[in-house]
Design a protein around this ligand. Structure first.
Ligand code: E4P
Length: 217
């Protein structure tokens, strides 16, 4: 399973890269607003040190507007992945951009049928938002399992990029289902390493090591 970081914070991304936890990046207009930086500049800076796909989302809602913005975004770097919303206009843009060899991430997916349409439009990634479904008391992981089955039934190449990830458990469940990617905030990715028995074991070993009076040199 590959991990994308769901952030436009460059210092968080550099830390994740050094930890070996960064296969790519997703951003959205809310994350760009949170960064307080100019959209194209922050995407260019991210692409200067991240080799994997970097999703940059269009703001236009019509096909022509999306294509115009996509042309600006995909010129920034070859790993820019154009993110389009799951609408008829977004799917039309997805089909054209994918046909031209540009990676496309179709975002705001909340149903298996939406995911089916994105695959038919040639999307590189489909982003089902599990956390936002859980928020309205629907089962986000059930959606991931259903998309996995549909894509496997028809051998679609579109990658399932589990999004709106809020917990380490979301990542475990997505991995068990066989999702290709997950995108999550830096804190969630780093939390995967945590287990109380690991911390307790380290504490016990260090206490016993001190008793030996030895050093490793
Ligand atoms: C994915 O591409 C989105 O940026 C993101 O996962 C949305 O997450 P949220 O529901 O926590 O805002």
């Amino acid at each position: 399973m590959k991990f994308f970081a769901d952030t436009a914070d460059v210092s968080e991304l550099r830390e994740l890269k050094d930890l070996g936890l960064l296969d790519g990046v997703t951003t959205n207009p809310s994350l760009i607003a949170k960064s307080g930086r100019k959209f194209t500049e922050v995407i260019a800076e991210i692409c200067s040190f991240v080799e994997g796909p970097v999703s940059a989302e269009v703001a236009a809602l019509d096909f022509d507007g999306m294509m115009k913005e996509a042309n600006v975004l995909r010129k920034i770097a070859k790993n820019v992945t154009v993110k389009v919303p799951l609408t008829l206009e977004g799917l039309k843009a997805c089909r054209v951009l994918s046909g031209e060899g540009t990676m496309v991430n179709v975002t705001l997916c909340f149903s298996p049928n939406q995911a089916l349409l994105a695959a038919k439009a040639g999307a590189t990634f489909i982003s089902p938002f599990v956390g936002r479904l859980d928020d309205i008391h629907q089962d986000g992981m059930e959606l991931i399992a259903e998309i996995r089955q549909i894509y496997d039934n028809y051998d679609y190449d579109t990658n399932i990029l589990v999004a709106s990830v809020r917990t380490a458990n979301h990542i475990k469940e997505a991995a068990l289902i066989g999702a290709d990617y997950a995108t999550a905030p830096a804190a969630v990715l780093k939390s995967l390493v945590k287990h109380p028995l690991t911390d307790k074991g380290i504490e016990q070993f260090l206490a016993d090591w001190k008793k030996t009076g030895q050093t490793i040199a």
